[in-house]
Design a protein around this ligand. Structure first.
Ligand code: CP
Length: 299
């Protein structure tokens, strides 16, 4: 049976902790220029229903650095865009490649794909979750602060896929998560009351006060760009210097990017020394290399 990574909960806590340690080791090897072709001759297929910069480049470069190769597949250029069922595509690709990454509009598409796949499938983001981003985020927090357990993390903004992923992560990595969203943009019911480590608060200030880590994401995720009412609803939810100053003095700021400067975050914060967003984006590469290594050697 193939192992999949569709959500953080697909792995045990010890597997996830080992994966973060391996990612940090792979980063060191990469920086030292030491070859590490642990996935030689393996082929990764990447299916993108939605656009990407970081996910595509980090998976493609990562597989090359591990000695393998990758294929970029978009619905526009494949039979997926002409109605071939996802379950048929899953069974066909399993005969040709070794591992698949899929970014889909709906989590159900990724779940269905994995159900019919004999090879490992990784969730490259859906409307519900972004677990690969969380691997990079947790790695970044561990690198900056030594540990994640017991940390206080503030999530400010839209209760969408990144917020829901942080909610999932809080129960697994046992950090305290305070979430501030406008009333109409809370996470879906499935993630409300998910675990005892999550507290929903009334204001960004209440979430950030005393936090070790402050996180936000765009107010209009892919597919919501035409919903102009959002900008008004998020008034007061921008992460700016005045808000970040209410966190711990050594707090760090995370954003999965791309950022909409002047909306959910201002220029000063994004370029502030407390911002680790560039390191965070680079960690997509190392954490996903660790993920592919793990899945290919455990399936
Ligand atoms: N953070 C993230 O997933 O970026 P891309 O959409 O560019 O892949």
């Amino acid at each position: 049976m193939a192992r999949h990574f569709l959500r953080l909960g697909d792995f045990s806590v010890s597997e996830l902790r080992d994966l973060i340690s391996r990612a940090i080791e792979l980063k060191r090897l990469q920086q030292e220029g030491a070859p590490h072709p642990t996935c030689a001759h393996k082929t990764l297929a990447m299916i993108f229903e939605l656009s990407s910069t970081r996910t595509r480049v980090s998976f493609e470069a990562g597989m090359a650095q591990l000695g393998g190769q990758s294929l970029f597949l978009s619905p526009r250029d494949t039979q997926l865009g002409r109605g071939e069922p996802i379950k048929d595509t899953a069974r066909v690709l399993a005969k040709m490649v070794d591992i698949v990454m899929i970014r889909a509009k709906d989590q159900s598409t990724i779940d269905e794909y994995a159900q019919y796949s004999d090879i490992p499938v990784m969730n490259g983001m859906s409307n519900e979750l972004h677990p690969c981003q969380l691997l990079a985020d947790i790695m970044t927090i561990v690198e900056a602060q030594g540990e994640i357990e017991g940390r206080q993390i503030a999530f400010i903004g839209d209760g969408y896929n990144m917020c829901q992923s942080f909610i999932e992560a809080s129960g697994i990595f046992e950090f305290e998560l305070k979430v501030a969203t406008p009333p109409d943009y809370r996470p879906s019911a499935k993630y409300l009351g998910h675990n005892q480590h999550v507290e929903f608060v009334d204001s960004p200030s209440a979430a950030v006060n005393g936090a070790n880590v402050v996180v936000t994401d765009v107010w209009s995720s892919m597919g919501h760009e035409d919903d102009t009412d959002r900008i008004n609803a998020f008034d007061g939810f921008q992460v700016n210097s005045a808000l970040l100053d209410q966190a711990q003095s050594d707090a760090i700021f995370l954003h999965c990017l791309p950022a909409h400067r002047g909306e959910e975050v201002d220029d000063l914060v994004l370029d502030d020394p407390r911002s680790v967003v560039w390191e965070e984006s680079g960690n997509r590469l190392h954490s996903q290399k660790a993920l592919m290594e793990f899945l290919l050697s455990n399936s």
